[in-house]
Design a protein. Sequence first.
Length: 273
Amino acid sequence: MNEQNEKKTYSNAQLADKEYYARPRWHEVAINERSGNLNLTVVWGVCDRDGTLGNFDVETGAETPLPDGMDGWEAISKTYLIAAAEEAQNLAKCRGKDIEYLKDVCPKTYRAMKHILDWCPGWDPKRAMWFTDCRDEFYATIVRVTCVHEEWNGRMRAKAKWTNPRDRKSAPQPDTSAARAGIRSHFGGFFDVAESAPAPKSAALPPPPPGEPPAPAYAATKADCWAAYCRAVPSKDTTAWFNYIKGFGKAESRFTPEDWWKLKEEIENPMPF
C-alpha cells in the first residue's frame, strides 16, 4: 500500500473515573431535533490547572504517564442545556430583560444559564453563539469535570457528570443562631445540654496540608428531587428513580442536602445518548 494513502489510526487511553482539570477541544451550539431544547455540547480535553493538555492529578499536580502505544487521552463530552423548548414563548417575552428577570418566568432556562455562567463567567447569556463568536476566549476556559463512563452504542464513553469552575470556593456557613434560639425556646431548653457540652480533649493536631477547597455546598431536599422527577417522568414510574438513587453508591438515608441537589441536577439535565 502506498504510504501516502495510509491513514493513521489514533489510539486514546481511557481515563479513570475521577475529577480532572479540562479545557474545550470541540463544541457545538444547536437545537436538539427531538426535544427542541437549545444545547451547548462540549468535548473536554484533560489538562493541568494552567491548561497544558495531559492527565494530571487534581490534588497533587502529578502527571500520569501515557501508556505505551497510545497517542493521547480520551476526551470527555457533556451537553449543557441553554434554553428549554417548553419555555420558548415565555423567553420571547423577555427580550431586552436582564437574565435575573428569567428566574420566575423561565425557571428551567434560568437555572441552566446560571450553571453555565458558574464555570464560564465570560459568557454573555443573551448570545447563544458566543461560544463560537468568541471561540478564543471560550477555549481558554479551564474547568473541573468529574468523569464517568457510560455505554452508548456498544462503546464505553467518557461523560462529564459534573462541571465546576477551576477555582471553586466553598460556600459560607449559614448563620444558625436564630434556628438554635427557636429550638431552645420551643423545647424548653432540652437541647441546650447537648449543644453546650464541652468537646472532648485531644492532643493538638498539625494544620491540614494545603489543597483545593471543597465544592460549593448547594442544597436540595428529597421532595425537590421527587418534584423534578415527576416533571421529567409524568407517568411517575419509579424504576428510573431507584436507578438514580442506586447510581450514587450509598443508601438514601445517608444522602446529604448536596447529594439531593446533585441528583436533582442529574434528573433535570440528563446526559444525552
